[in-house]
Design a binder for this molecule. Structure first.
Ligand code: AMP
Length: 212
């Protein structure tokens, strides 16, 4: 009997560069150079394993609906999507950063309703609700750091690594919302139906993470 295919959705960009060596250590290697190709679906050295390379924000959706059995996505995008539709069995401990609130070094806002610019509107909504803070959320997909100086927002919620981007724009990190790293997520039905190959892949990846 031919074994079922396992489709794994990877996040393209900087996370991919850190993901591929872990997969190689787990004996899963694409048969062509993923980073140089415009294709979205790749064969690997393992006949039954295919890799998809897509935007990180789409990985949770593909995995939740079962178009991909497994995926690798940043915890920020998993939190923003909502994590109920899939399992999250493994922390790859790569692409580590922090999700934070940030604002001008000299905070001038005295309004009751804080204006917050972010692309993580679901996370920000939950965070400020937990803080009991009334906010107006402004969805932006980039150049968030400009929003406070242009008067569009009092604060932002964004990914911080070194903090240099914030500093260069007159902002500073204020409160930690969550530590972020890339996680393996697994479709719930696939976990049952393709249990053997998924457990085997997770176990090899886990060994690779420990050795990393
Ligand atoms: P930094 O100036 O080092 O604090 O980097 C901040 C910017 O880099 C943020 O605006 C993010 O867009 C991006 N960034 C840094 N680390 C990550 C990561 N692990 N995942 C996604 N984006 C990141």
């Amino acid at each position: 009997m031919k074994s079922a295919n396992l489709v794994i959705a990877l996040t393209k960009g900087r996370i991919l560069e850190e993901t591929l060596p872990l997969f190689a250590a787990a004996d899963i290697v694409p048969i062509e150079d993923i980073t140089q190709s415009r294709k979205l679906l790749f064969d690997t050295n393992v006949e039954t394993v295919k890799l998809m390379v897509i935007r990180g924000s789409d990985v949770p959706t593909y995995v939740e609906f079962g178009s991909a059995d497994m995926g690798v996505a940043g915890k920020d995008l998993i939190l923003e999507h909502g994590g109920d539709g899939f399992y999250e069995p493994l922390d790859l401990q790569i692409a580590k950063c922090r999700l934070m609130t940030a604002g001008p070094v000299t905070d001038q806002s005295d309004s009751d309703v804080l204006k917050v610019a972010t692309k993580f509107t679901n996370i920000a909504k939950r965070y400020y609700a937990e803080q009991g803070r009334q906010v107006e959320l402004i969805k932006l997909n980039g150049a968030l750091e400009l929003a406070p100086s242009l008067g569009l927002a009092d604060a932002i919620v964004d990914i911080v690594d070194t903090g240099k981007t914030l500093k260069a724009n007159g902002l500073e990190p204020k409160h930690l919302i969550s530590y972020i790293s890339s996680r393996v997520i697994v479709n719930k039905a696939s976990m049952k139906i393709k249990n053997v190959i998924i457990r085997d892949t997770l176990s090899k990846l886990s060994t690779a993470v420990k050795a990393n």
